[in-house]
Design a protein around this ligand. Structure first.
Ligand SMILES: Cc1ncc(C[n+]2csc(CCOP(=O)(O)OP(=O)(O)O)c2C)c(N)n1
Ligand SMILES: [Mg+2]
Length: 368
């Protein structure tokens, strides 16, 4: 196992002793040697793309081009990249409503993802799902789910199908720190353990569920909420892509080799409001808290500092990458704007599954 219970406990103690998230020993200088320069530049490019993409979405929302709910992942980019980047194409990913960057990380094109946010026909869900329902069946990105915790038992189902078919794929399931309070989460953990399913449950601990701090709704630290089912639990610094990617790469291999379900707490922080309609700070957290986190724990800055210090990236290289991805984000908006709205007839499609002429429905391709 890449990280043992004992190691996890030691880390918790370290944190309790005052190591700020992202500023801990694991986040400082070690671990770069595992990657070559090209990979490290790829990490930077990806996280910059996610950031610029969502900044564009934020802009479009503010001027009314995107309607409905829109939850940004800004500040949490290293979790998306770190847990999805090491996967193979045939592995599954499923998540909650804060789903744009995970979709990009799993290989969905920025244009159709942006078009979905804009409610356009060219969107990945034909403009009918919106921000919370990004899907890419071909890329095995199984959504985008608006009901807190709803994706968790679905992930167990995917794990079961992988096992039933005797494949060596894995399923990565993201959920928020508040979702561990849902009964469905506990049922899914239990059955995953009983059936030894190849699922990695990743709890993105961004310290809040909407405007509620986790301490107010969890009697014990988030990592301990996964205990009690015999599932190994781990904590990783989700603001450091080097630590996260390395950890996940090892863990995924273990799961492919039959280690069974895993529960990982990724410590992270949301830099924006809960959704676009919520304030960044207010009664539930102070402006100073957010500013301090942004200054010390921005995953892009953390990586930049590490690469600059190791002379593995120059300011010019960084700017070139940023320019390149800003263009991609601009083009995604153009793609969305050029795409028509779905026609009225589309209101009635993809609502119910169609039964075959025998009045039966099979999901495995059989027709009778
Ligand atoms: C079953 C259910 N209850 C309540 C809500 C309303 N709701 C939406 S997001 C949210 C908070 C979830 O917080 P967390 O799981 O920590 O994820 P985060 O938003 O921090 O990523 C709540 C209560 C919902 N969507 N579904
Ligand atoms: Mg949360």
């Amino acid at each position: 196992m890449p990280e043992t219970e004992t190691k996890k406990k030691a880390k918790d103690e370290e944190k309790a002793n005052g190591d700020a998230n992202g500023q801990g020993k694991e986040g400082s200088g070690e671990g770069l040697e595992r990657f070559d320069r090209e990979q490290l530049h790829h990490f930077m490019r990806e996280m910059l793309l996610y950031r610029r993409f969502e900044e564009k979405a934020e802009e479009a929302y503010a001027i009314g081009k995107i309607g409905g709910f829109c939850h940004l992942h800004i500040g949490q980019e290293a979790v998306a990249l770190g847990f999805i980047g090491p996967l193979r194409d045939e592995d599954y990913v499923i998540t909650a409503y804060r789903d744009h960057t995970q979709a990009l990380a799993k290989g969905l094109e920025p244009g159709p993802v942006m078009a979905e946010l804009f409610g356009r026909d060219g969107g990945v869900s034909r403009g009918k799902g919106g921000s919370m329902h990004i899907f890419g069946v071909e890329q095995r990105f199984m959504g985008g789910h608006g009901i807190v915790g709803a994706q968790v038992p679905l992930a167990a189902g995917m794990g079961w199908s992988i096992k039933y078919r005797e494949e060596d794929h894995v399923c990565v399931c993201f959920l928020g720190d508040a979702a561990v309070n849902q009964g469905a989460f506990h049922e899914a953990m239990n059955m995953s353990a009983v059936w030894e399913l190849p699922v990695i449950y990743v709890v993105e601990n961004n310290e809040y569920g909407m405007g509620t701090a986790i301490e107010r709704v969890s009697a014990v630290p988030i990592v301990e909420r996964g205990e009690g089912y015999g599932v190994p639990t781990h904590t990783v610094n989700g603001q450091d892509i080097i630590e996260t990617w390395s950890f996940v790469e090892d863990l995924v291999q273990e799961v492919r080799d039959g280690a069974g379900p895993q529960y990982v707490e990724a410590r992270t922080y949301r830099f924006k409001g809960h959704s676009m309609s919520d304030p960044v700070s207010g009664t539930y957290r102070s402006k100073d808290e957010v500013e301090e986190k942004k200054e010390k724990e921005d995953p892009i800055t953390v990586l930049r500092e590490r690469l600059f210090e190791a002379e593995l990236m120059s300011q010019d290289e960084l700017e070139a990458l940023d320019e390149e991805v800003r263009k991609v984000a601009d083009e995604a908006v153009e793609f969305a704007e050029d795409s028509p709205f779905p026609s009225d007839e589309e209101l009635y499609t993809h609502v119910y599954a169609e039964l075959n002429e025998h009045g039966r429905l099979f999901l495995d391709g059989r027709d009778r």
